[in-house]
Design a binder for this molecule. Structure first.
Ligand code: PMT
Length: 407
């Protein structure tokens, strides 16, 4: 079953609170629909000041309800039916007011009543002024809701509509849609442990300089996030990147290739799958200078020596995990990837054409050609989070296939 088949008919009830971030709801509906979710909308009276029901109706394809005591809306699909219809309720934006009222169990308007009447999981996406968010009353309300099983996504930090800076921005629609997709991910990796490398490695030249590359870690972190959502235990060995640790992941930070190799080999025996997504520096400086090298009027030459190959070391380890490599290439991508698959004795390789600056290194999107000994599959350009889920689904397929053919 592919990712989008899994989402067909999943029903999302989007409850829009009355904050400036309500304007983002239009984009959120679009991104959820792109992912084949069925979306219905309820909104507070004050949300109508920020975005019209007509816009939301056009995008969702359903009438939008905003009034608890609206006879026409109740005749079409009443609030109790709506609450039962949903597989997931997302309150976005969730203002301080709506959060407090959901926490208090109020039932005097549509959003809170729906939250009270639903058996579906509830996601809250806070959006408010940073001081209102920091206020102990809001924090207590959120903590209390979390204790009752409500999930909170965000808020993000940054500049706010009111001109202040701090936490309280609603997560971006793209990010919320990705998390919804992960929320419904089939638990194909339940009971499996995945060891994964991500980001670049850095090789010191002297105390202030190093050799590295453009890897941001986004692809590897997306794989880690998707693997957790699919039920795996994940150990992520990360080179120097500027990314937050996805929830539930055991993260080991390293700098050099040798450190990455050490961390991987220390953990390899307790994992069934290894994915080498890191852009590992192939060379390191032969002798790292103890002090900062002073520049002179002459050119300078650095002696470089080969680094160990982490992926090949894992593939030669006994017993070895199901071993997946990446191949970042700018030309003859398939040819070089196949060569690496055979030479490094891998189970699978993800060929990554990095000649297009819109994809691959440091981009939000990527495309892969996944190759194994007797087959291959193209995963066309999409956001790295979705691509990560697709890659993991393929890995599970291959593992299942080889297990079936060993019996
Ligand atoms: O991090 P992002 O900005 O999101 O970018 C993602 C990415 C482009 C880095 C990623 O998708 C990718 O392609 N990673 C592999 C990069 C790479 O180093 O490719 P390679 O063809 O040089 O190496 C082949 C494989 O051997 C890789 O799995 C690599 O992790 C591994 N390797 C390489 C050298 C080495 N000394 N040890 C290794 O384990």
């Amino acid at each position: 079953m592919n990712q989008s088949q899994n989402q067909v008919n999943k029903k999302i009830l989007l409850a829009i609170g009355g904050g400036i971030a309500a304007y983002k709801s239009a984009d959120l509906i679009r991104r959820l629909k792109e992912r084949h979710f069925d979306v219905r909308v309820v909104m507070s009276q004050s949300a109508k000041e920020f975005i019209t029901p007509l816009t939301l109706q056009a995008l969702s394809g359903y009438p939008v309800a905003s009034d608890l005591l609206d006879t026409a809306a109740e005749a079409a699909m009443g609030h109790i039916e709506l609450a039962r219809w949903a597989d997931l309720v997302i309150v976005a934006p969730a203002t301080a007011n709506v959060i407090a009222r959901i926490n208090a169990g109020m039932a005097d308007e549509l959003i809170t009543t729906t939250c009270l009447a639903t058996e579906a999981p509830i996601i809250i996406c806070p959006a408010m002024n940073q001081q209102m968010y920091r206020n102990q009353a809001t924090q207590d309300n959120l903590a209390n809701l979390a204790k009752r099983g409500v999930t909170v996504w965000g808020p993000a930090s940054g500049s706010q509509a009111c001109g202040e800076v701090g936490p309280g921005r609603m997560q971006e629609p793209q990010e919320i849609a990705q998390q919804v997709e992960l929320f419904f991910a089939p638990k194909l990796l339940q009971g499996q442990s995945i060891l994964l490398t991500a980001g670049p490695t850095q090789e010191a030249i002297d105390p202030v300089r190093y050799i590295s590359n453009h890897s941001s870690g986004k692809m590897g972190f997306a794989i880690a996030t998707a693997a957790i959502a699919m039920g795996a235990n994940v150990t992520l060995v990360a080179g120097p990147v500027n990314l937050p640790t996805p929830a539930g992941i055991n993260r080991i930070d390293v700098q050099s290739t040798q450190e990455m190799l050490n961390a991987v080999m220390l953990n390899v025996d307790s994992h069934q799958i290894f994915i080498g997504c890191a852009a590992v520096a192939d060379y390191r400086v032969d002798k790292i200078a103890e002090d900062k090298i002073k520049k002179s009027t002459h050119d300078m030459q650095l002696a470089l020596i080969r680094n160990p190959d982490i992926l090949a070391t894992v593939a030669n380890h006994h017993p070895r995990p199901f071993t997946v490599g990446f191949a970042a290439e700018t030309q003859d991508v398939e040819h070089y990837a196949k060569d690496k698959l055979i030479r490094k004795k891998l189970d699978m390789i993800a060929a990554n054409d990095v000649s297009n600056p819109e994809l691959g290194f440091n981009a939000d999107q990527n495309a892969l050609k996944v190759i194994w000994t007797d087959g291959q599959q193209d995963l066309p350009a999409t956001d790295k989070q979705r691509l990560a889920s697709q890659l993991l689904t393929l890995i599970v397929d291959r593992i299942t296939f080889s297990q079936d053919h060993q019996q």
